[in-house]
Write a protein that binds this ligand. Structure first.
Ligand code: ADP
Ligand code: NI
Length: 221
């Protein structure tokens, strides 16, 4: 099948699948990650655009945290869809690998060493992380916190600055802690030059937000 057609079909498939998703992990998140990835890829001439497009579109098709921690459902759904649409097996395998490895919590596993990552995975990790910071990152964090009925802040619960992957998955801390446990760490985890530049501006915006938040709440971490 022609690349353009398979991308169009994938867009339709993902829109339908995420129809009722939490607003931080819905089609609009996918669209932003796709656009971020395209921007970064424009400065990375060796990247394979079909892999990046399919990876961006399918990376949150069934996020483990909405499926009792099951990390196999997303890759299985993607495998079935891509297979039915006769995508080349080697492309399918790379896309499945990306879905498994893209997430922040999986980069907490130290075996995921930077050198070994493909350029397509680096671009997609950067694109996904960019959507977790800045104004949109703030919106997503409070949306997720609301979805989980978490308080905005709690003076009694300090952030844990060295969470392991298991602790991160189990964390039920107030939403403001998530800035210290994840969001403020992301700019130093970017792989590409373009991603780093985009992250810097969004990072500064979060710092400004936090300062104002403390002024208005008389609460400080
Ligand atoms: P990843 O899939 O990259 O490991 P997550 O899916 O856990 O990352 O997080 C995606 C987004 O969901 C975060 O950037 C944040 O906006 C929101 N989120 C996840 N966990 C929390 C949390 N404990 N508090 C607030 N927001 C969260
Ligand atoms: Ni995502």
């Amino acid at each position: 099948m022609h690349d353009t057609l398979i991308v169009e079909k994938t867009i339709e498939f993902v829109k339908k699948a995420l129809h009722e998703a939490e607003s931080g992990h819905d089609w609009l998140h996918i669209e932003r990650v796709y656009n971020n990835a395209m921007k970064i890829a424009a400065d990375e001439p060796h990247a394979n655009l079909l892999i990046i497009k399919l990876g961006a579109l399918l990376h949150d098709i069934a996020d483990a945290k909405f499926h009792n921690g099951n990390e196999d459902i997303g890759p299985e759904i993607a495998k079935k869809f891509l297979g039915e649409n006769k995508v080349e097996p080697n492309i399918i395998n790379v896309v499945l690998e990306i879905i498994r490895k893209i997430s922040f919590k999986n980069s907490l596993d130290k075996e995921s060493n930077d050198e070994a990552l493909s350029i397509e995975l680096k671009i997609l990790q950067d694109a996904d992380k960019l959507d977790a910071i800045g104004a949109i990152g703030i919106a997503r964090a409070f949306s997720y916190g609301g979805y989980k009925l978490r308080p905005f802040y709690d003076k009694q619960i300090a952030p844990n600055l060295s969470l392991t992957k298991e602790e991160y998955k189990k964390s039920t801390a107030p939403t403001i802690n998530h800035f210290y446990e994840k969001l403020l760490l992301l700019k130093d985890m970017m792989h590409t030059q373009t991603g780093k530049k985009m992250a810097e501006e969004r990072h500064q915006f979060m710092l400004t937000f936090l300062e104002q938040f403390y002024n208005e709440t008389e609460f400080k971490i």
